[in-house]
Design a protein around this ligand. Sequence first.
Ligand code: TZP
Ligand code: MG
Length: 233
Amino acid sequence: ALNTKMKKDDIDYSLYLVTDSTPAILGNKDICEVVEAALRGGVTCVQYRDKTSDTGALVQTARKLHAITQKYNIPLLINDRVDVALAVGCEGVHIGQDDLDIESARKLLGHDKIIGVTVSNASETAAACEDGADYLGIGTVFATPTKENTKSIIGVDGLQQILLQLAQANSTVKTVCIGGINASNTSRVVWQSRVPGKGLDGVAVVSAIMAAADPEASARELSQLFKAPPAFA
Ligand code: TZP
Ligand code: MG
């Protein structure tokens, strides 16, 4: 069940970790150990994304991750799978344009759970807001080996256009950007995407933390960069 201390509106999206279990990114490390290190370093939200495990393994790993995220009072979201989120009793889901539609997910999960949606253009953004998404994962900002078949690389300009659209609509939806974000480009992304009236709530990363030699240090660095991005000329 939703941790009563974890109210949906208070969730901090500033450093959003998306997991990856493939050897190319995780290597032979333990996913739970990497996630816990990342939480120590300041990750504020975790999405369990696993495109290869079967349902039984997904539920088992999600339960382990939830036990960890609960210690830190941080939400755990499940990529694609509303059924897994319900089985585990974690805080919500992240769904893409090809997954279960938002309205059906909302019926299954109820209003206390978090539903995040991937958007890459104006029409997807308008639809996700209309359908009641809690936050948007805006991307793909930069091409990334982590997700190779992305239809749309939108760049910082595309990210800024979506933030502008949300500002003009006076939207209160939360926003994170995703795709190729790392310690070298976070401050540029934050500064160059800036629009009056709609701030980016966070950055979402996979490899910058999951593939890092020291995930805790990487999380700490990214967290600081997002919260106080050095001026970018
Ligand atoms: N959605 C859009 S890009 C992406 C996802 C899940 C992968 C981002 O991975 P990385 O390693 O942070 O570039
Ligand atoms: Mg999906």
